[in-house]
Design a binder for this molecule. Structure first.
Ligand code: NAD
Length: 298
């Protein structure tokens, strides 16, 4: 049994923490949202009123927060993770955040004497619930080895990507590809329907053909085709439009810094901005399909 502190019990954090409880670990959790806390408590997470109370006796601490700014607050704040967790604890940030912040957090953890990993994940809420996420890890191999028995409960695959920030670098490039594949899947799904094809038949053949991609298999944007898709739940997230826009923004920033032309990513970012302007930041990002559905140019 490992004592785990978990900060951020949202769409991803809640099912991940629940899997650790199911595996027999003691999980203390904290979230600023009462709704998220109550839901996590139903899965056996011992909900706390502060970050300090959550991590004070932890062997491993996870943070699963929206952005780099949230991660900075939670890790570096006055009564935050690094000032409250014992130095024997390994701290794992699984949020998707910018590389510079991730490297700052590594430096701060070195100073406070904690082992630290940037370890963002891929696989969505379905992968979180199934415990088969891919972890992309940046940091020291010995710190990863110490955290592995716990990470392995949540992971189908763990890839050590290199030193500080490299987990985030991998995740940012990965999610840029996801965003482009999602947009392509939305366009293909609507086109297939308008050409008179049955959506389920088309999705199955495309998943077995050269159009195959994760968004097509897991987030097909037409209701009634793929069980894990938010299109079945009126686009309740899942993965919010705001968070995918954040990730594509991180890719565009990295593109600027490395002099890389990312014109497809820029096009998807513009579409996500339209959805956010419509007030849909909190809806699942596969609602990108709505913009395709609204198009009737012929
Ligand atoms: P979410 O918004 O559902 O959950 C984030 C949680 O953090 C919320 O419950 C929020 O209340 C909480 N929070 C914010 N500030 C806090 C603070 N100061 N202290 C404690 N709790 C705080 O987001 P999510 O979908 O679970 O995503 C979390 C991270 O994982 C993001 O960086 C996202 O990009 C990444 N991610 C998401 C998915 C997905 O499919 N949803 C997949 C892979 C990675």
């Amino acid at each position: 049994m490992v004592r785990i502190g978990w900060v951020g019990l949202g769409n991803m954090g809640a099912p991940m923490a629940a899997n650790l409880v199911r595996a027999g670990h003691v999980v203390k959790g904290y979230d600023v949202s009462e709704t998220a806390s109550t839901a996590a408590a139903r899965h056996g997470v011992e909900v706390q009123r502060s970050i300090a109370g959550t991590v004070t006796d932890a062997d491993v601490v996870f943070t699963m927060l929206p952005t780099g700014a949230h991660a900075r607050d939670v890790l570096l704040g006055g009564d935050g993770v690094l000032s409250s967790a014992p130095t024997t604890a390994v701290v794992v940030d699984s949020s998707t955040i910018d590389i510079a912040t991730a490297r700052d957090l590594h430096a701060a953890a070195r100073e406070s004497g904690h082992g630290f990993l940037d370890a963002p994940v891929s696989g969505g809420v379905s992968g979180a619930a199934a415990g088969n996420l891919t972890f992309m890890v940046g940091g020291d191999a010995d710190v990863l080895a110490a955290a592995s028995p716990v990470i392995d409960v949540l992971a189908g695959r763990v890839v050590h990507c290199g030193g500080p920030g490299n987990g985030q670098a991998a995740k940012i490039a990965n999610n840029m590809i996801l965003a482009i594949c999602l947009q392509a899947t939305c366009e293909g799904a609507v086109l297939a329907e308008r050409l008179g094809l049955d959506s389920a038949t088309f999705q199955q053949l495309a998943a077995a053909s050269s159009a195959d991609n994760w968004a097509l298999r897991t987030w097909y944007p037409v209701a009634g085709v793929v069980e894990t898709a938010a299109s079945n739940r009126d686009f309740t997230p899942g993965f919010s439009t705001a968070l995918l826009r954040k990730d594509v923004g991180l890719a565009l920033q990295a593109g600027k810094e490395t002099g890389t032309d990312l014109s497809f990513a820029a096009a998807v970012a513009a579409r996500l901005d339209v959805l956010i302007e419509k007030g849909w930041a909190d809806r699942d990002c596969s609602i990108l399909v709505d913009l395709v559905l609204r198009s009737r140019t012929a």
